[in-house]
Design a protein. Sequence first.
Length: 143
Amino acid sequence: MTVKQISVFLENKAGCLAAFTKVLRENDIDMRAMSIAETPDFGILRIIVDDTYKTACVLKEAEYIFSITPVLAVEVTDEAGGLYQIVQLLGDNKINLEYTYAFITRKRGQAYMIFRVEDNEKAIDVLEKNGVHIVSQEELDEL
């Protein structure tokens, strides 16, 4: 049970992120989560959106370079140590965490994080067996 993350190549210069988010706004696309990793010349913008297919079509038409990657959206107890439990389970089971970023929702008492791991299926199995809720694409769309 993965969600689709869109990774977009953007130049690292003033106004590029504004231009990108304008394209989303003009097409009524809602971002659920966002992360940017940068170098001096470019950045990789990682987003989770409410409609991946529509977003991909819009980005292709606007001539953005992007890819779609399956990632895990994980519900984390919003308390001290909530994240530790999850990353400890992954580490104990030799599942490498490539990157992660958090996002917020209107649901109180829970935090949500995106995890990019080497082996999605193994991570899903380990986390679910230990009572960690993996958020489906459909659930994410409703948050």
